[in-house]
Design a protein. Sequence first.
Length: 484
Amino acid sequence: MGIGWNFDNSYARLPNDFYAEIELNPVRAPKLVKLNKSLAKDLGLDVEELQSDKAIAILAGNTAPEGSKPIAQAYAGHQFGHFTMLGDGRAVLLGEQITPKEERFDIQLKGSGRTPFSRGGDGRAALGPMLREYIISEAMHALGIPTTRSLAVVTTGESIIRETELPGAVLTRVASSHLRVGTFQYAANMGSFENLEVLAHYAIIRHYEFIPNSETRYLRLLEEVIKRQADLIAKWQLVGFIHGVMNTDNMTISGETIDYGPCAFMDTYDPKTVFSSIDRHGRYAYENQPVIGGWNLARFAESLIPLIHEDPEQGIELAQNEISKYMPLYEESYQEGMRSKLGLFNEEEQDKELINELLDLMHKHRADYTNTFRGLTIGDMTDTPLSNKEEFKNWLEKWQARLSRQEQTKDEVRQLMESWNPVVIPRNHRVEEALEAAVNGDYSVMEKLLKVLANPYDYTSELTKEYCSLPAPSNLPYRTFCGT
Ligand code: AMP
Ligand code: MG
């Protein structure tokens, strides 16, 4: 039996402005260090065969699998607010795997060497950041947050040069597509109406097939992308996920989270939290993510204007009208999620106030975001700095009174809270510890971490307990790096 590849290459059938065909850049000694067996099965791939030399050569970008047409995608993007021409500088799209359920997923190699879009870069990636993407993307998936996935990591047997010499690696990324806001910006920038329309049509077929074929279909596309992104970013906020580099090239049309570079989960609740070392002005801080989402979507809307209406002024007006719906949609999603985190099934006017009061207390007393909600869920706040605070006791009374005004039982409330408040998240010190061991050849720490992160809402598991604890106090703030 073969590996099970079943490729189509619909993206490569778009006009050739949208990509560059590429030659592969073989590496010296590929070795498989991590394979996502359950994802492999879902994709219709054979787990045993995927560990063969033949498959590893494919996952390293040394040989192309049958049916694949390796390309690098062209795109542009606003990086920290500045427009730039980009494109896959260190990634290769092998093609789209059609699964046994007839679903379509991009199979992309990240860190696979130079492409025509590499600019000054070497096209390569280091092992640590590729494992980091693997861990966090799979944790996000288990949390129920739309995301690209990770199928495998192979080491290359080659070093890459950054500030120091690092072991090289290639990640196999799986995505419902790699269409980005930046892909549309690129198309709009080309100035070809035909190309823009081909791309928008393609995005609809791929992700929004339910949109009927009418004159308003591209406005509908904008509306649907806005809905998915509003919901996605609300989900990030609700678990304390900080993306770290929300450039428009890192925002998908599908509504999946993409590009796990400097991302990290917030520990101590502080709306201003920034982890990324390059985000000096806090553009992508936790509290800014919803607004930046709207800013990026406005860039998407701009690129669609020629398709929305033949009269640009009317096009702008229609697009602005859609954009104005984003914040209310985000708020609705976020508030509903927050009410669920507090076990509230219905909505009362003062709920927002109740939620904000709790967040203010968490901020003031430097409470851990995840553990506070976990404490409220299990009814035990002893591990949190809030437990002995008078103002928190007042808040608890208000919350209890609020809970008693709804008809649901205690069990039902607990169930709802358990399904919205993860026990475990990829805590920064745990991720770092796993990466450090792995880069030194010991993958057991990461394997154990991945096992725990696969069931983030399991309140019964003994295994999760040790993963709730906070790191030893440090004078230095946690910092993340792009890993490029
Ligand atoms: P990112 O910050 O990961 O979204 O990357 C931004 C852009 O830089 C993308 O076009 C990447 O393909 C490109 N890039 C990142 N790292 C490298 C590298 N080592 N070599 C070439 N291009 C890179
Ligand atoms: Mg990117």
